[in-house]
Design a protein around this ligand. Structure first.
Ligand code: COA
Ligand code: AMP
Length: 630
């Protein structure tokens, strides 16, 4: 069947399409119907089914006789260690952990926050929650205590599962003090914490509140899988919006299972038993979907990689892991390839490894620039597939579905919409734009199974963020165009979200931190183009009148403040003091114009600008940082 046949089959009868995809899942009670229209553009998939995610990701493979197959490979160049866990071992470990959580009172519907580095125990913690029907919320290790506290207060977890430490090149990330700090700051307090003690740093436990991962499992009854309703939340994953308050994307259980399983063959072209590697982090949606859930649901072997594309120990790490573990499909972010290319432009490391096991490479998380794609194609001689999706959607929405058909590649486009997505480009008034014209990228409602049904405890925000501007459509927040062949091109965000090294960050959140500095009267943060990370944040500060401070000192302090409040992942290292910010006459800061000046792209003097002279000062400030030189 061609891509077009599959897409048409979906378009002609979306519910029948997804009901058929649902046959691949082990149901306790199969769904009687696919879609429930809840009114007001709110939908749910497979709502009346009963099912358990952990059963589908783990136990059923053991029951089917594949218990000895490797489920997880932990490859950690940063600790010089490797380890494999079979499906039967995984089942036993997860059942025991779930039993211990249950013995401490965790039940279906309770929230559990997971704050862990790239170790198999992170996946086991997620699966143990799924086993009990508890709703996990994984927080990325690069976030600081304050960000963790915001998530604790929003999700109100009964328990927090954390590791004693994470490891970044050249430094230990002390998770436990960050966790303790977050619990101190948060209004909500968890009943208890479970700490996985890593040998690289053993953390001090708080008597009565903290339990040792191994110790608290002693003597407990392993837990069986608890069937949950199809519309029961499997997890909450916080992602950046326009403000410092992150959005809690909710994922319902049944749609998540059906859709992820469908993508493994149709998009990523792997069969059960194949090794699949997504080099991301469990703290991001890529990690949720393609390190933990999809490969395991589909019966693949997944790789948990604790390292970096370069420096652990060299730019050949990716190729070593691929050849050593026989990876069939590899998934990474363009920034990672840019990092490798910078160190090994001629691909000397590529030549050292036998990569014949690998059939294709997928890139996502940020725009894949044609240079990077062409470099990877030259070096690897394999299809390099750009694909587009978002935390909200959970799996590829615009893609070249290699498992169905390798479509002609158009550089700069992630290709065509997948079944489930009827994408349009609209102008500000909601009118559909012709091919080639730039506008807001939207998809007709309902969205397919596995996409966000709402935001955690924030239905109004959900509607306002995604459903209100263009009634009847889901607003992606991205701008772009569709060409005559239906290929979609993603050009930019329509909001103040930026993408730094494939990490989605809120400039609004950074501005909130800068504004908290006692000497800062006003500020703006923009994302400027960066050769390695795609974008990098730059802050502009106006100091309080009479603040008799050395500008360089204030800059140093705000850089430190963002690292402390948001975390190292914000990669906020550049700021500059200016007298005034460019604004419209109604007082809106002209961030878009500042970005164009920084990047040296074409821009027009905004008709509504209050005082054009300010732009000269902004240009000079940017030049002092090495930007706006074109
Ligand atoms: N825990 C704690 N700190 C973390 C962290 C984690 N899990 N992950 C990253 N950080 C820190 C980094 O150490 C760095 O700190 P520093 O300022 O002290 O150097 C900072 O956060 C910024 O991280 P990042 O932007 O990821 O840069 P990096 O120095 O780690 O290098 C590249 C990243 C450039 C090598 C890049 O190619 C890469 O691999 N990016 C990650 C791509 C990715 O997986 N994206 C996920 C979406 S698919
Ligand atoms: P996240 O929710 O962190 O996955 O970030 C999603 C956002 O990253 C999208 O809305 C896009 O802005 C950007 N993005 C992800 N993948 C791509 C891609 N293949 N091309 C261009 N932008 C992308």
């Amino acid at each position: 069947m061609s891509y077009q046949d599959v897409y048409n089959r979906w378009k002609n009868d979306p519910e029948a399409f997804w009901m058929q995809a649902a046959d691949a899942i082990d149901w306790d009670t199969p769904p009687s119907k696919a879609l429930t229209d809840k009114g007001d553009h709110m939908y749910e998939w497979f709502a009346d089914a009963k099912v358990n995610t952990c059963w589908n990701a783990v136990d059923r493979h053991v029951e089917a006789g594949r218990g000895e197959q490797t489920a997880i490979i932990h490859d950690s160049p940063i600790t010089h260690s490797k380890r494999e866990i079979s499906y039967v071992e995984l089942r036993n470990r997860v059942a025991s952990l779930a039993g211990a959580l249950r013995a401490k009172g965790v039940e279906k519907g309770d929230r559990v926050i997971i704050y862990m580095p790239m170790i198999p125990e992170a996946l086991e913690a997620m699966l143990a929650c799924a086993r009990l029907g508890a709703i996990h919320s994984v927080v990325f290790g690069g976030f600081a205590a304050n960000e963790l506290a915001v998530r604790i207060d929003d999700a109100k977890p009964k328990a927090i599962i954390a590791a004693s430490c994470g490891l970044e090149p050249g430094r230990v990330v002390h998770y436990k003090p960050l966790l303790d700090g977050a619990i101190d700051v948060a209004t909500h307090k968890p009943d208890f914490c479970v700490i996985f003690q890593r040998e690289q740093e053993v953390a001090q436990l708080v008597e009565g509140r903290d339990f040792n991962w191994h110790g608290f499992q002693y003597g407990v009854e392993p837990a069986e899988c608890v069937p949950v309703e199809g519309n029961h939340p499997a997890y909450i994953l916080y992602t950046s919006g326009t403000t410092g308050q992150p959005k809690g994307v909710v994922r319902h259980t049944a749609g998540h299972l059906v859709a992820l399983n469908w993508t493994m063959k149709n998009v990523f072209n792997v069969d059960p038993g194949d090794v699949f590697w997504a080099a991301s982090d469990v703290g991001w949606v890529v990690g949720h979907s393609y390190i933990t859930y999809a490969p395991l649901i589909h019966g693949n072997t997944t790789i948990v990689f604790e390292g970096k594309p370069v420096g652990t120990p060299d730019a050949g790490t990716f190729w070593r892991v691929i050849s050593e573990h026989k990876v069939k499909t590899f998934f990474t972010a363009p920034t990672a390839f840019r990092a490798v290319k910078r160190e090994d432009p001629k691909g000397e490391f590529v030549k050292k490894y036998d990569l014949s096991c690998m059939d294709q490479v997928f890139l996502a998380g940020e725009r894949a620039d044609p240079d990077t794609i062409m470099w990877a194609q030259d070096q690897l001689q394999k299809p390099i597939i750009d694909h587009w999706w978002q935390t909200e959607l959970g799996y590829p929405a615009i893609c070249n579905p290699v498992g169905i058909e390798l479509l002609p590649v158009k550089l700069g486009s992630p290709s065509l919409p997948m079944p489930g997505y009827d994408m349009k480009v609209l102008d500000e008034g909601g009118n559909e734009l012709p091919p080639g014209e730039l506008g807001a990228i939207v998809s007709k409602l309902p969205l397919p199974p596995g996409t966000l049904p709402t935001l955690w405890n924030a239905e109004d925000r959900f509607k306002k963020s995604y459903l209100t501007n263009f009634p009847g459509y889901y607003e992606t927040g991205d701008a772009g165009m569709i060409d005559e062949d239906g290929y979609v091109y993603i050009m930019a965000r329509t909001d103040d979200v930026i993408n730094v090294a494939g990490h989605r960050l809120s400039t609004g959140g950074m501005e909130e931190v800068l504004a908290g500095h006692p000497d800062v009267a006003e500020c703006a943060v923009i994302g400027v183009a960066d050769q390695l990370k795609g974008q990098t944040p730059v802050g502009f500060l106006c100091l309080n009148a009479g603040a008799d401070r050395d500008n360089a000192e204030v800059v140093k302090e705000v850089v430190k403040l963002v690292r402390e409040k948001i975390g190292p992942v914000a990669a906020f290292k550049l700021a500059v003091v200016v007298d005034r910010l460019p604004k419209t006459r109604s007082g809106k800061i002209l961030r878009g114009t500042m970005v164009s000046i920084a990047d040296g792209t074409e821009w027009k003097m905004p008709a509504t600008i209050d005082d054009p002279i300010i732009l000269d000062e902004i240009t000079e400030a940017l030049q002092s940082l090495g930007y706006a030189t074109a």
